[in-house]
Design a protein around this ligand. Structure first.
Ligand code: SF4
Length: 312
């Protein structure tokens, strides 16, 4: 029985992911209308050791030593904002020291990245996914319910600083709240912020099951397509779209074109492709095996593992 780790769960974006929860339910610097954990009960920016760091490390060690499953990512997520915990750097160090091949992901609302100490503490993550849902103060306040000291300016500044210092993969997540952040005005502000950040990918996320707030509706296909088209030219992906795509002949063809053209420009590992096309490692492995059989791609061994490339 574990207190601070959960799963592993199959995640659309991360493959098999072991979750780590560093703060008690529901401690956060935001109170987002779309939060799956419900309303924030402790709205705070105070950093402290919310749960004992040693116990978190011990649980991770126990799980890793006793499992035969290959976990794609150990992921900081859960019932609040993980960077509020002052021991996050120590937990990352513990994983890297004891399980050097294990990849680490951080899902964060980015509200504390304007503090260099917080940024320095997460530089060893393999993947960081900061949320960026609004820029204009009114939309930012309405959909994110921030702590009074947090503004979109401080969040953006923090992500831009992190981008300059961090060498791992940075994927911006944008959660669409129809009628709020999908207006042309808001999307224009978001596009310019995302261009400035220049992330490895921009993932558009949206409600795909009943939410906790009646304010958030599931966007229809047309709304989603309009948002997707708005970011044309950027490395944009709809989080659920690839799963949907592979179910239709046209969709499967689009996905095949995207993957084959990606690896012909630059040989890529499954991890690289997971970030680019936003589907799980299992699904990618299956698709890549099929493309290989069709003579569309081939494999080569490299320093970071197996690379998929175009047939010469
Ligand atoms: S930042 Fe994440 S945990 Fe915090 S309220 Fe928003 S969705 Fe929930």
């Amino acid at each position: 029985m574990y207190n601070y780790i959960f799963g592993p769960v199959v995640s659309r974006r991360l493959g098999l992911s072991l979750g780590i929860d560093l703060v008690p339910m529901k401690t956060c610097s935001f109170d987002c209308v779309y939060c799956e954990c419900g309303a924030t009960t402790e709205l705070t920016i105070e950093r402290k050791e919310y749960v004992p760091t040693d116990d978190v490390c011990r649980e991770i060690g126990q799980f890793m030593q006793n499992t035969s499953q290959k976990v794609d990512y150990i992921t900081f997520s859960g019932s609040g904002e993980p960077t509020l915990h002052t021991g996050i750097e120590r937990v990352i160090g513990y994983i890297k020291q004891n399980f050097p091949k294990q990849k680490i992901a951080l899902l964060t609302n980015a509200t504390l990245f304007n503090d260099k100490k917080v940024r320095d503490g997460v530089l060893d993550c393999d993947l960081i996914v900061p949320s960026l849902d609004a820029i204009s103060p009114s939309v930012f306040e309405r959909i994110l319910g921030p702590h009074p000291s947090v503004t979109s300016g401080t969040v953006l500044e923090g992500i831009i600083s992190l981008r300059k210092e961090y060498t791992g993969k940075l994927v911006i997540e944008l959660f669409i709240v129809p009628g709020e952040n999908d207006t042309v005005e808001e999307l224009t502000l978001l596009r310019s912020a995302i261009e400035e950040i220049s992330p490895d990918a921009l993932q558009i996320n949206y409600l795909d099951r009943p939410g906790t707030s009646p304010l958030v509706k599931k966007p229809d296909e047309k709304q989603l397509q309009a948002v997707y088209d708005f970011f044309e030219g950027l490395p944009v992906q709809l989080v659920s779209r690839p799963d949907y795509l592979v179910q239709t002949e046209d969709g499967a063809q689009l996905l095949r074109q995207k993957i084959v053209s990606t690896v012909s420009r630059r040989p890529s590992t499954i991890d690289d492709l997971m970030v680019i096309v936003g589907i799980s490692a299992d699904k990618l492995t299956e698709l890549l095996a099929g493309y290989e059989q069709q003579g569309l791609i081939t494999r080569e061994k490299g320093e970071r593992g197996t690379f998929y490339c175009a047939v010469k």
